[in-house]
Design a protein around this ligand. Structure first.
Ligand code: DLL
Length: 437
């Protein structure tokens, strides 16, 4: 662990009482800004909400939730609280179907954003003298540009390589000798594999740390990457609707991701009842972006499931932390009536070991019964193993998944390098059940 450094000491170590006062002041300003947005103006009018009626943080409960469909319904620029001419950047959220949602930023939004990214990167150990390779896509996705300006803010050199072209990624890792890799965890796995195939020992690189975010991953995956690459890996979280990366990130104590609470108000609710869960219980994160000028977002239902942790962290930051995102409410598979998250399958596979960390879950419904298959990739070195050994491996995976989920999955071991690799966020589930019909 390098010496503890904090990017913005007053903001990150503010006494909680003072923080709550600042949040209230900013919530007040946020509601005033949101009143310029037709969607919020109408909702506020219905419930008699004005900025002046916000007297305490408890008043947050009186404010309406915002869901993804509200943003879609106001596509492209209906959620702006500033004239479009005040925007200096437009990104889009990574929707899988239909139109994306556009996210606008003013110059001040971008400056805040760079500082928030600088906070979590500093917390993980990135310093001015380092070089960082950004292997997130640069484009409408917020990952590339978001991290880029945070790194520059620190004064650290950026290699803006974006994702894809692994031969060039390896060349940069070797020759430009970055200290840090910044990407999705699944893309980092691809790079680890490419290194292995090229016969490059990770220990021969200058890489010391990595910052992963943008998709759900597991603690076992962290251990696997740390072990195989000999680096320290830190988790960070964000979403384009409220900013992009920079909403929260781990410090070197790795006891959860510090939430940038002077910019975001977090709630954790039961997604069914919409009531707050008890402290320390898992629920859906609901986020209010307190300082966004271009697009104030109030009580955004993220669909991300996590636990909030208010206990003190040894690093000295006073902010609340969030645990790893366990899954999304819309990622949850219901198989023969049982709720299963892809992260449970990943955990089981990594626990058993003996395969590559690449998998794909396929769901179908022959004869009206759910069939769940996990395709797991073999490692090249094990591929020629005896049939009996492969059979035993399948049985171990089946047993582990069953103990984790209570369900039987058909395990298919597939040849090395046959599952599609992602350049950004990995696709883990193919559901062919036509459940909506
Ligand atoms: O993924 C922003 C981002 C980029 C965060 C780079 C971190 C690093 P979206 O494309 O809008 O924005 O997707 C947001 O990704 O609601 C989560 O479901 C998921 N997600 C993001 N970070 C994590 C993480 C960016 N660390 C959605 N762990 C969010 C788990 C994550 N899921």
């Amino acid at each position: 662990m390098s010496e503890i450094q904090i990017w913005d000491v007053p903001a990150e170590t503010m006494p909680r009482e003072e923080l709550r006062k600042l949040q209230l002041k900013r919530l007040h300003e946020c509601v005033a800004r949101a009143s310029r947005v037709g969607f919020y103006r109408e909702k506020f009018a219905k419930n008699g909400i004005t900025a002046n009626s916000i007297k305490s943080l408890d008043d947050l409960k009186r404010l309406p939730f915002t869901v993804k469909n509200d943003l879609r319904a106001n596509y492209p620029f209906g959620m702006l609280a500033v004239p479009k001419s005040d925007l200096v950047r437009i990104h889009a959220s990574s929707g899988t179907t239909g139109k994306p949602t556009l996210c606008g930023y003013t110059a001040r939004d971008l400056d805040n954003w760079a500082n928030l990214c600088a906070r979590f990167l500093t917390a993980g150990g990135l310093r001015k003298e380092h070089t960082a390779q950004v292997s997130f896509g640069y484009g409408l996705f917020t990952g590339g540009f978001g991290l880029h300006y945070g790194i520059e803010k620190i004064g650290c050199a950026v290699i803006p390589i974006s994702s894809g072209n692994s031969a060039r990624q390896l060349l940069m890792l070797q020759d430009a000798a970055p200290d840090a890799l910044i990407s999705t965890p699944s893309y980092a796995l691809n790079l680890a594999e490419a290194l292995h195939e090229a016969g490059i020992a990770p220990g021969s690189l200058n890489l010391k740390m990595a910052f992963f975010g943008g998709e759900a991953w597991t603690e076992d995956m962290r251990h696997e990457i740390e072990r195989s690459m000999g680096i320290m890996v830190y988790n960070n979280y964000g979403l384009s609707e409220v900013l992009g990366p920079g909403v929260s990130g781990e410090c070197q104590c790795r006891t959860g991701m510090h939430i940038q609470e002077d910019h975001f108000l977090f709630e954790c609710i039961n997604p069914e009842t919409e009531e707050p869960v008890a402290e320390g219980e898992q629920g859906e994160l609901v986020i209010t972006a307190l300082t966004r000028e271009a697009m104030p977002i109030i009580r955004y239902r993220t669909r991300d499931l996590a636990i909030l942790d208010c206990s003190p962290c040894p690093c000295g930051r006073t902010t609340m932390r969030m645990g790893r995102v366990y899954g999304r409410t819309d990622d949850m598979m219901i198989i023969r009536g049982v709720n299963v998250f892809p992260s449970q399958i990943e955990e089981a596979l990594l626990k058993v070991g003996g395969t590559a960390p690449h998998y794909l879950i396929e769901l179908s419904r022959p004869k009206n019964t759910d069939r769940a298959v996990v395709k797991v990739e073999m490692r090249a070195q094990d591929f020629s193993d005896q049939m009996s050994e492969l059979q035993a491996l399948k049985q171990r995976i089946d047993r582990e998944i069953r103990s984790m989920t209570g369900l039987h999955f058909d395990i298919e071991l597939v040849a090395p390098n046959t599952l599609e690799r992602s350049l950004g966020k990995a696709k883990r589930v193919v559901d062919m059940r036509n459940l909506k019909d």
